[in-house]
Design a binder for this molecule. Structure first.
Ligand code: CMC
Length: 428
């Protein structure tokens, strides 16, 4: 017998099906609530709202578990690569050797952007934020592929494989070109190397001086990107799904995702963490004063806390170790890492953080890695976007391929004025 749940409203009892996920998560399916009872659910911030059924990513926030398509993040971090994991996230299974090779080859063949797009960079002031540029350029990219951005589901899906590869590959060139434009440096054409080596080359090579990675920077970057590849219904992914639900094409949807990611409560936190650590360092504090300020509500410990994780974010654990190993292999001693460790230790034994279940999240250590690699702070959230691209693409696909998917259109409770009559301007 199907499990049901009953909601009692006044004298009425209303029954609704209980849905259970493959890993035991339960939800009461209230889609018919308003039709049956006249009531809607109110859940500002969506803390209790399942907006979709998805097969891509599973999180158990209480236990600190993250899985993509059934594979734990620890397993993938140890054994896989960013692009292999991207295929897993997008297509549902780990690819065989041949499919992986074909995918990598396609990524290589789409490494540069149309030369006419170079001119777009000239129209941005050098003070423009890289996330503003990235969002605009991704939407513009769709204009260069009109057959893939028709807003006709069938046609856009017919080109899906190529669109996905174009986005994953070209977002990297756009990121590197954004950095170089802002620095007033010439663009560097792509080379025929791995995903991250090519990114580092386009970022840091000079026409007269090839970037050489002697310290495993490419590998650390690959891990960083993989750990950001998807994270179920976060703010930007939900935005992508929202935009996709209206029938918008993949370019437009991920461009909206970039805008959503930009905010400091979401992806922008990776920039905010480094700024916070630098300020603590410059003030001579070892972190103790900052912790006290956070407890009084005078500051926020950036890179801490999460809507879903009420335990250690497993990605933060991996990135904490990775930040130590990349600094070690580069022979660097960043005082910010010491401050971060001190903040973490203090917070983890402080009642304020314990009671609220606040732990380090993915953004806490990632900036230390990016800083060591030489990525400027205002590019940090762009790096997050590079990593999150496969997740946005997979979520767009899930919406687009579902013949039953409906436009996302939440309701609201109106609390404004009730009835007013227009008063001419000279009488107000
Ligand atoms: N420092 C100090 N106090 C905090 C923090 C923090 N980082 N995060 C939450 N709290 C407190 C908050 O003030 C509230 O206290 P009280 O119950 O006394 O009012 C309590 O903890 C619950 O917090 P909340 O704001 O209701 O939690 P939320 O689920 O709405 O917000 C969050 C989650 C991630 C936006 C928030 O923890 C935060 O702003 N953290 C810092 C920014 C950050 O690191 N963002 C990255 C998130 S992970 C990656 C990503 O999504 O991009």
């Amino acid at each position: 017998m199907e499990d049901t749940g009953t909601i009692r409203l006044g004298n009425g009892n209303f029954e609704f099906p209980i849905i259970e996920g493959t890993l035991g998560e339960k939800a009461i399916d209230t889609r018919a609530l308003r039709a049956k009872s006249g009531c809607i659910t109110y859940d500002e911030g969506y803390g209790n709202t399942g907006s979709c059924l998805s097969k891509i990513t599973f999180i158990n926030g209480e236990k600190g578990i993250l899985k993509h398509r059934g594979y734990s993040i620890e397993d993938l971090a140890k054994n896989s690569t960013f692009l292999e994991t991207a295929m897993l996230i997008i297509y549902g299974d780990l690819p065989n050797q041949e499919n992986l090779e074909t995918f990598l080859q396609k990524i290589r063949s789409h490494a540069s952007i149309h030369t006419s797009m170079n001119g777009h960079f000239d129209s941005f002031p050098s003070a423009a934020h890289p996330m503003a540029i990235l969002s605009s350029m991704l939407n513009s990219l769709g204009a260069y592929h009109p057959e893939m951005s028709t807003n006709n589901r069938e046609e856009d899906l017919a080109h899906f494989d190529e669109t996905a590869v174009i986005l994953i590959s070209k977002v990297r060139a756009i990121a590197a070109m954004t950095y170089r434009m802002k620095m007033g440096m010439p663009f560097i054409p792509p080379a025929d190397t791995s995903y991250t080596s090519n990114f580092l080359h386009m970022m840091f090579s000079e026409p007269y001086n090839e970037y050489v990675d002697n310290h495993g920077v490419g590998k650390a970057l690959d891990l960083f990107l993989m750990l950001h590849a998807d994270h179920e219904q976060n703010c930007s992914t939900s935005t992508v799904r929202m935009v996709a639900s209206g029938g918008a094409n993949l370019f437009a949807s991920v461009s909206a995702g970039v805008s959503a990611l930009w905010g400091p409560s979401h992806g922008g936190a990776n920039m905010a963490v480094i700024k916070m650590l630098e300020e603590i360092h410059a003030s001579g504090d070892d972190g103790s004063k900052f912790i006290e300020a956070a407890k009084k509500g005078e500051a926020k410990l950036m890179g801490f806390g999460h809507r879903v994780y009420k335990n250690y974010d497993p990605r933060a654990k991996i990135l904490g170790k990775s930040s130590e190993s990349i600094l070690g292999s580069m022979g660097m001693n960043d005082p910010l890492l010491e401050i971060a460790r001190k903040l973490e230790q203090s917070a983890l034994k402080d009642d304020y953080f314990i009671n609220r279940k606040l732990y380090p999240n993915v953004d806490f250590y990632s900036g230390i890695i990016l800083k060591a690699i030489g990525i400027p702070v205002d590019m940090f959230t762009v790096m997050f976007a590079l990593g999150r691209m496969p997740g946005w693409i997979a979520n767009w696909k899930e919406i687009a391929e579902n013949p039953k998917s409906r436009i996302h259109r939440p309701r609201q409770i109106y609390i404004g004025e009730t009835e007013r009559s227009y008063v001419p301007v000279n009488k107000r």
